[in-house]
Design a protein. Sequence first.
Length: 397
Amino acid sequence: MAATLPRKALFDLPEEVIYLDGNSLGPLPRGAAERAHEVMTSEWGRALIRAWNSADWMGLPKRVGDRIARLIGAPAGSVATGDTLSIKVYQALAAALAMRPDRRVILSDSGNFPSDLYMAQGLIRMLGKGHELRTPAPEAVAEAIGPEVAAVMLTHVDYRSGRMHDMAAITRRAHEAGAVMIWDLAHSAGAVPLDLAGCGAEFAAGCSYKYLNGGPGAPAFIHVRPDIVEEVEPALSGWMGHEAPFAMEPGYRPAMSTERLRVGTPPVIQLAVLDAALDAWEGVEMAAVRAASIELSELFIAEVEARCPSLRLASPRDPSARGSQVSFAFQHGYAAMQALIARGVIGDFRPPDLMRFGFTPLYLDRADVGRAAEILGEVIGSGAFRAPEYQVMGRVT
């Protein structure tokens, strides 16, 4: 039986806070701190190195990967966890280029998350084979996929506006052109229904500290389509991706599964926290999450537009075309967000002028959203954001 939403009792949120920033960092799930304490004091503290076997630390990355697989529409055994999202994007892109050695174009879009583009730029320099990164406007991606494209690398949900690519259509177009498809699911996993198995994308990667609530710096994940695993040549051939790490062989022999894309020693404490965080998803269907997310975001848009005519909706108005976040453009967006945070409504800011709000139905309801819009209206209407203390930009926005 599907669980009802929201499930606020499963999260340790301050009572005075309305948290609309789970699209950037999810809140602390109840039980996660206790799980970390157990790992540190009982497993590490008492069992010491024996815990690799007695607590099965070695199996933790795969167990967590299988739990994530359910949420992204991927088969069990096709998701490996560990490292960072940037590393996983690099691995996927390097493998994709090796699969299309006669092509030289990497196609992304101008709205992609900068780190993904940086990874592509660095890989191009390292390979030195004349590859080119093209970044057309998001709306022009499909028509830009031609026979010269080796890999299409896109973030499914835009981190600024929440605009969402049509995963099935673009993957199909990439395959028709003979290109390899890579999806960044940073703003999709745990936010919108996904069907990686159905769309057939070769690779997908994502982080777990946003909608999956794994905590700051939580491990990333990577999915590889099962039928191509043995074709994948790991650019980072770390010992945890070896078929038999403790054989200590001098040569690299990749694991015969997605595990070949593991690199270094798994971050056991962080993985244990993520494992505990995923308990909140037990019995939850992504279709229910999506329906609730659309309901909350539509309410927020209507309330904000009624109260704050100086704000401009920067996200797609059609809810089917956006993920689980809403952005409004405002000339004084950074200061207004700081004033809003000071009043207990937490969102964030992205340059040049976007106030960004995430809608996570596991712990938000209509009352939260209505009150947040009311407070935002007070901040804008009163000009409270003009106070000097809200003009100082912090290192993290």
